[in-house]
Design a protein around this ligand. Structure first.
Ligand SMILES: C[S@@+](CC[C@H](N)C(=O)[O-])C[C@H]1O[C@@H](n2cnc3c(N)ncnc32)[C@H](O)[C@@H]1O
Length: 286
């Protein structure tokens, strides 16, 4: 088991960077390479930790709300990577509560194996990791029929879209998404460029590839928000701190209210038609 206790912990804690919280597992942070072996935090790790804390702080009040109605909430983290978010969230929120569980979904087998080993070493019994794609996890018997939270932090390309479909299928109460670049929409925009050029002054967007790519990314997130609203979620969009140098810093938080917005559905369909993206209808379907 990875643990230190008593005086050793007190002495170590006094020398740790101020970002490290009391009772936070130092061995865990070292195993995740957030802290160096001598307990220091480098620039990259500081930024990563700031992002993860920001998400954990966002999720904490949502978790408290869910705990009033669900004793053992499940959070599924898609495109988990090294599972920084899952581990730190478990350590800070779920471990002290002795309630709730985290499931990490990841396509890279070696990262899944590492996470399983680390969870065992930390005795984080309510953590589970599955070597699955987001799409496959929807049908997998290893995943419960209903989940409470879906998170996807920089899950590549369309993995965020699959995570939304997963959340809709599993009736997630909350979805917390920080999308990565999505290439699919920009590709269809480019493919139908000739048709669009003759239709609208917006065709300026198709003149320079970088504009098409960035516009594709932005409009993807607009469509995702409309999709979530059409499916009965209240959506807020803000910025993820600690990622200021990147375009991939949009934080989408969706809370299920059950009020399906017909006008969101109509707007979604109208945008797809206007931009000649109708072939992506199933991607954004509710
Ligand atoms: C940029 S990393 C982000 C990792 C982690 N969420 C984080 O923020 O540290 C994206 C991860 O998503 C995984 N991934 C990409 N597509 C996926 C898919 N369709 N299903 C599951 N995992 C996927 C990649 O293997 C990679 O580990």
């Amino acid at each position: 088991m990875l643990s230190i206790s008593g005086w050793a912990y007190k002495i170590l804690f006094m020398t740790l960077p101020p970002e490290i919280k009391p009772h936070q597992s130092v061995p865990l942070l070292k195993a995740l390479h957030i802290l160096t072996r001598d307990g220091k935090l480098n620039q990259d790790s500081r930024r990563k930790l700031k992002q993860v804390y920001h998400l954990v702080n966002f999720i904490a009040p949502l978790l408290n709300t869910v705990l009033k109605i669900e004793e053992n909430p499940t959070l599924v983290d898609h495109g988990a990577g090294k599972s920084y978010l899952g581990f730190i969230l478990y350590d800070l929120l779920l471990k002290p509560l002795s309630q709730g569980r985290v499931i990490g979904i990841e396509t890279r087998g070696e990262l899944v194996a590492q996470s399983i080993a680390l969870a065992q070493a930390c005795e984080f019994e309510r953590m589970q990791f599955e070597h699955l794609s987001v799409a496959a996890s929807m049908e997998s018997p290893l995943i419960p029929d209903r989940v409470d939270f879906v998170t996807a932090l920089h899950a590549c390309n369309t993995a965020t879209d699959d995570a939304i479909q997963f959340g809709l299928k599993k009736q997630a109460r909350y979805m917390v998404l920080v999308p990565c670049c999505q290439a699919e929409v920009a590709e269809v925009l480019r493919k139908n460029k000739a048709k669009s050029l003759s239709q609208t002054p917006l065709s300026e967007i198709w003149r320079h590839p970088i504009h098409t790519r960035e516009f594709g990314s932005q409009i993807t997130n607009v469509l995702r928000c409309l999709q979530l609203e059409a499916a009965g979620y209240r959506v807020t969009v803000t910025e993820l701190v600690g990622w200021e140098h990147s375009m991939k810093n949009e934080l989408i938080v969706a809370e299920y209210t059950g009020q399906k917005r017909k006008n969101a559905q109509d707007r979604l369909a109208a945008i797809l038609a206007e931009l000649n993206l109708s072939e992506l209808q199933t991607r954004f379907q509710v």
